[in-house]
Design a protein around this ligand. Sequence first.
Ligand SMILES: Nc1ncnc2c1ncn2[C@@H]1O[C@H](COP(=O)(O)OP(=O)(O)O)[C@@H](O)[C@H]1O
Ligand SMILES: [Mg+2]
Length: 464
Amino acid sequence: MAANEDVDLSPAALHLESPDGRSFVVRGPASQRPRVGDYLELDTVGGPLAFVEEVLSDAAGAGFVASGSLVGESASASDERARWAQAPLRPTQDAAVEALLSGSDPRLHLGHLVDHAEVGVALIPKRLNRHTFWCGQSGSGKTYALGVLLERILLTTRLPMVVFDPNSDFVRLGEMSPGADPESVAALADRDIVVLRPGDERSPLHVLFKEMTPRARAAVLRLDPVVDRAEYNALLGLMADLDAVDTPDIVGHLHSLGDPDATALAQRLQNLGVLEWKTTWAYGAESATAVIDRRPAATVLDLGGYDRNEEQLTVTLAVLDDLWARRAERRPLLLVIDEAHNLCPPDPETPLGVAVRDRLIQIAAEGRKYGLWLLLSTQRPSKVHPGIVSQCDNLTLMRMNSRDDLDQLSAIFGFVPRGLLAQAARFRQGEALVGGGFVPMPSIVRVRGRVTPEGGIDVPVPMP
Ligand SMILES: Nc1ncnc2c1ncn2[C@@H]1O[C@H](COP(=O)(O)OP(=O)(O)O)[C@@H](O)[C@H]1O
Ligand SMILES: [Mg+2]
């Protein structure tokens, strides 16, 4: 016998066991240890794929035990189960995984599998009809990747979006990067992308004080209904009266009434300088709410263009309140909120902050049936109100070191295997775990390139 016949250098044939036709276990030597997120292919025609969700060392420490779910069309065909009691595995072909993940339209690919560069992972746009949570530490590539998603939505759907943009990162969503492919350039050129910026002459971001709800106006004036009973009450009583007065004339009008509470209100307006927020108020011109009501493909609200946090909150509140007031129209809209902890933290400090957060909690809880869908991006799950995070059914997770944060996400997003979430500590920039209905399977992707430029970078110097 030749010496080398003693040693079998080919990989051991692995067999998978599936007692229930849904989950599986496979054991093997350490040299063939699969990774969480891998797909194993059953050596049967048209059989399911085995999606690896957990990999442990076996008791002796010499091999592995991998477990997970059987996926694919035939995974639920019960008469097939017997065949998988001891099913042999064969090397996985990209084609089998592609059939599961890639869909038919490559334009929908958010990126490709980190471990299989040939396999694109497709967005399922109709499943954007729920809320999406987007999380990852600073610098992980959230804003870039969010831009990739928004571009894909603009290119392949008719779902309109409003982008609350606190860092002016999306103000160039209507432009094209130099290297963008001609097909995307042509398709995006057809879309109506409106960027509203504070103080912009042609496309200003501002709202009407008059159109704001009583509660919102009181919040702008930092009035508490209990602590500031008299003034709050005066405001309510004067609401119709104020509607008839132009914004710049409000203070004079209040003084002229000769009523002590109206005078107090006038003083408050003056002291807070609210009416001097020149780029916040539309003073009779068209409000951002009216622009959004026309449903451009995308309306970017450049909140980063304001000096004051109160101005950002005021404009946001006016927009959210208006959308909520019109909810019965059931006109779909994706509300994209980058740095969402600014707008819906657990404990806002001001009445304006509370009003914005409460409206977002309401939209998170009830907005779906009215076609108001949230897409919230933030660094840490605990920085967004739990009543909002818990309403999200789609998750994108980018690099995240914190064990506590990962545990928290794991508790909320039970549909994403823990083993996959744990990988996030080692993600590189631009790598993301996507899970939930908006993708075929929980997958770790490297996001594709942008076709529109990121804001804030290479902004051309305005020339006369
Ligand atoms: N996938 C990517 N490809 C190329 N550059 C990226 C990618 N993701 C992020 N960057 C760059 O890294 C920096 C930080 O990314 P950003 O999306 O702003 O992170 P975050 O929003 O998580 O803080 C930006 O300058 C961005 O251009
Ligand atoms: Mg960012």
